[in-house]
Design a protein around this ligand. Structure first.
Ligand SMILES: [Zn+2]
Length: 237
């Protein structure tokens, strides 16, 4: 018994919307005149041996896949109750996986404490424990999922556009999530023109806690990415 079998048979958390009639296969005739069966998950099968008596034997069209099923000739109903396991996915399962990924990415984008790893392990777990564990073969890549979470977070919490000039900076209303610390105290302590001609502006970010640490420290040691700053900024040297 494979891990997929175990998960499938022990899973009791299938959603009602995932339940559909899986008891019938669709039998089609290809342009070459041969018969093919398609099951409810979109897996395709060739006839496997002669049709004898009242049933047809089918094998998966993917080379080396062990997916097999038997259907009744009169009704196209499956013999047996469950669909076979495959070592690959189908477009139907792919779109189910995408939908599940979308739901979980959306959920994590709005969580205050989460990260890429937590989001991905939830997607993986949900796909494997669903009524269609083969959806796991259609899970998106790590890079794609990270980017999707980043985009979704940005949608919920849009950042101001990058400024090109100091005038842009001074015209920007900076959201309070960027000017305050997580506990709500002031973090942006200066955002102002620094000369009368209003050619240059300066921003200073420091928390009360950080200021207090510096106030009490007898020695300050400094480091910084002095040569790396987006226009129009440069960092204090
Ligand atoms: Zn297969």
């Amino acid at each position: 018994m494979s891990i997929l079998n175990i998960l499938q048979s022990s899973s009791g958390i299938n959603h009602a919307s995932e339940k559909k009639d899986v008891s019938t296969v669709t039998v089609i005739t290809t342009t070459r005149g041969s018969k093919q069966a398609i099951d409810a998950n979109g897996f395709k099968y060739f006839l496997n041996g002669p049709r004898t008596g009242k049933v047809a034997y089918w094998r998966c069209t993917k080379k080396d896949c062990t997916g097999r099923l038997i259907s009744r000739l009169s009704t196209s109903k499956l013999v047996g109750e469950s669909l076979p396991q495959h070592d690959h996915s189908t477009n139907i399962l792919k779109s189910m996986a995408k939908q599940e990924e979308k739901n979980i990415i959306k959920k994590h984008a709005s969580l205050p404490m989460t990260n890429n790893k937590m989001m991905m392990s939830e997607i993986s777990k949900n796909l494997l424990s669903s009524s269609h564990p083969n959806t796991h073969f259609s899970m998106s890549t790590t890079a794609a999922l990270k980017m999707a979470l980043y985009r979704e977070k940005k949608k919920l919490n849009p950042l101001p556009p990058l400024p090109k000039t100091f005038q842009d900076v001074m015209n920007t209303v900076i959201p309070s999530s960027l000017t305050n610390t997580a506990d709500g105290t002031e973090f942006m302590i200066l955002n102002s023109w620094i000369n009368h001609l209003e050619e240059e502006a300066m921003m200073i970010f420091m928390s009360d806690v950080g200021a207090d640490v510096m106030r009490r420290a007898p020695i300050w040691m400094m480091d910084g990415t002095f040569f790396s700053a987006p226009t129009p900024y440069y960092q204090v040297k």
